[in-house]
Design a protein. Structure first.
Length: 602
């Protein structure tokens, strides 16, 4: 870990096997694990196989002396005086994250002695101060540690500061055994330096832990309690906490029960266990019961969740199972349907937010939702029910199950279609998201009952239109586009086709403008579409809509810009689920009032 650039001035005389040597070493620059460690100077002599040297290191912070006698067994000793100053650069190369306020001040001495293959170290620090993340730790007493024949002995080690007081004593023998005792309480924010994925960590912890036994399989006994702890991961958008609970250690396992945490506006109660292999996990299990969690798992989707999840990780991999009950959800993302028709596979690229290290976790989670789940965007306003299984891995998900919609509204070419019972989207592949559509909807326009059916998979679906009285699909399209059928629309087919083609090719621009206007004005519907007039002219048509009186009254207003056609106004007052009053004025200025009654039968 040490790099150095230096110059040597050396003088030697006498016999080759026992020379007299005088030397001067100038250290121009030194690096410890890539961190600058400053300049220094060492002078010394060697006479009658006895070496004596002294030096100044780290820009004068450390003064050292060396004595060595070269005989059958080399006998040597080194003493170093640590002058009071900053030594944090010596640790920076060993930390995963360096806080901006990280500082270490030390004052004391270190002595090393050796004979042959054995050596010992004694360190005494009269003053030690550590600062990081806004916290200061100062030694309560002299810090004394020893290293004798690979056994590291902590004779006295106690630090205290604001909200912290802890001690460590005992010993451990490298590659042999542990016999350590740690006790105290502290703010846990400084532990951020141990894990680079933690972006924020606050809270307090109490600990009383013994580590003993062999080096490869130590036994841990005791407990760690945390209070009012909050944490954030750099790749995860939600803050975890406040969290309160106690973790118990007993030989080769840890357990925790009823650890309470706040998360995303709800609460989580966790229990679990871990099997230890030394000081690392061999297996780890955690069960989490959660209630009232408010998350945004995808763009435009807000949801409130209850449920239970079970997570397990081991050498074979990690898995996530359980149940999620959607208490309420609303999907408001605008669907650029004109662009969507040209690239339906984008649904598989929808990203769900989760910590990156969980990407390869195998998932089998059952998701249900029976009430208060609403699709409310520019193409539909409908309640749905769902029963799905999320499979695969978090990084490569699949879906199995069904989403059903038995009522609501679908918007198509400025017309409102009522969703009929039996409409659903089925997911049938365990290794990808591949929906199979079966959508049934109907509308009434100019005394025609029009029914829309959409069936098939994303890559290849069929859109069918039926009417009563019967019309061809070309006439139905004309009816939906210009409000005319049959001979009334003869001669303007090219205008209709041009309008539909332009709607697809300019879809992204139109949808972006519609979204901005909706956001500014608060209108629930705002559409700009190509429109073919009764004379065959090709003009833009603007449609806006708004729900009033607790969604009982829906008002729609349409106008074809630059024409003599009358503005179209539609009002629907919903008395109950099956009875509505309709009022309208069409393009030629005719007004009408209808009573619509809906009934179902099998």
């Amino acid at each position: 870990p040490l790099d150095m650039m230096f110059g040597v001035d050396l003088q030697a005389s006498g016999p080759v096997d026992n020379p007299d040597i005088a030397f001067l070493i100038d250290i121009d620059e030194s690096l410890l694990k890539g961190v600058r460690a400053g300049k220094g100077k060492i002078t010394g002599t060697m006479k009658n196989k006895e070496l004596r040297a002294r030096g100044s290191l780290i820009n004068g912070l450390v003064a050292s002396e060396v004595h060595a006698l070269f005989s059958d067994d080399i006998i040597w000793d080194v003493s170093a005086e640590l002058n009071k100053g900053r030594y944090d650069f010596l640790l920076e190369g060993f930390l995963t994250e360096i806080p901006e306020d990280f500082m270490v001040y030390l004052e004391g001495g270190v002595k090393l002695k050796g004979r042959g293959d054995s050596f010992s170290l004694t360190s005494t620090l009269n003053s030690a101060t550590v600062s990081l993340y806004g916290y200061d730790f100062i030694n309560r007493d002299t810090i004394e540690v020893e290293l004798v024949d690979n056994e590291f002995r902590i004779k006295s080690f106690a630090l205290a500061g604001k909200g912290a007081d802890f001690t460590i004593d005992g010993a451990f023998k490298l590659h042999d055994n542990y016999n350590l005792h740690m006790k105290g309480n502290m703010e846990i924010a400084p532990l951020r330096a141990l894990y680079d994925r933690i972006s924020s960590l606050k809270g307090k912890g109490d600990f009383n832990v013994d580590i003993g036994g062999s080096w490869k399989s130590p036994e841990v006994r005791g407990e760690i309690s945390i209070h009012d702890t909050t944490a954030s991961l750099s790749e995860f958008p939600y803050t975890i906490g406040p969290l309160d609970g106690t973790i118990f250690f007993q030989k080769d396992r840890l357990t925790f029960d009823s650890v309470h945490a706040k998360f995303a506006g709800g609460s989580v109660v966790m229990s679990g266990a871990g099997l230890l292999d030394g000081l690392s996990f061999k297996r780890f299990f955690v069960s989490a019961d959660f209630n009232g969690i408010k998350v945004k798992p995808a763009e435009g989707l807000r949801s409130t969740l209850d449920g239970r999840l079970f997570y397990e990780t081991s050498a074979r991999g990690s898995g996530l199972t359980g149940n999620i009950d959607i208490k309420r959800a609303r999907y408001t993302k605008r669907i650029e349907w004109k662009t969507w028709l040209l690239g339906l596979k984008e649904i598989n690229e929808e990203q769900i937010e989760y910590p990156a290290f969980l990407s390869d976790t195998v998932v089998n989670v059952h998701v249900t939702g029976m009430e208060n789940i609403i699709i409310d965007n520019n193409i539909a306003r409908t309640p749905v029910r769902l029963a799905l299984n999320v499979t695969g891995t978090l990084g490569h998900r699949g879906l199995l199950g069904r989403i059903e919609a038995n009522e609501g509204t679908v918007y198509f070419r400025s017309n409102e279609f009522k969703v009929l019972e039996g409409s659903s989207v089925d997911f049938v592949e365990a290794d990808r998201i591949s929906p199979v559509f079966h959508i049934l909807a109907e509308t009434y326009i100019n005394n025609y009952h029009v029914r829309l059916t959409l069936d098939g998979i994303m890559d290849e679906f069929t859109l069918s239109l039926f009417s009563d009285p019967p019309l061809s699909e070309t006439d139905i399209l004309a009816l939906l586009t210009v409000g005319q059928t049959g001979n009334e629309a003869r001669g303007i087919e090219s205008g209709i086709a041009a309008g539909e083609a332009t709607a697809i090719l300019t879809g992204a621009i139109q949808d972006s403008g519609e979204e901005q206007f909706q956001y500014i004005t608060g209108f629930e519907r705002f559409e700009i579409e190509p429109h073919t007039t009764t004379e065959g002219a090709f003009v833009p048509k603007v449609t806006i809509g708004k729900r009033l009186f607790e969604d009982k009254l829906f008002v729609t207003y349409s106008t074809a810009i630059g024409t003599a056609e009358e503005n179209v106004v539609k009002l629907e007052y919903k008395i109950d689920r099956n009875l509505s009053i309709l009022g309208s004025r069409n393009e030629i200025g005719s007004a009408g009032l209808d009573l619509k009654y809906r009934f179902e039968f099998k």
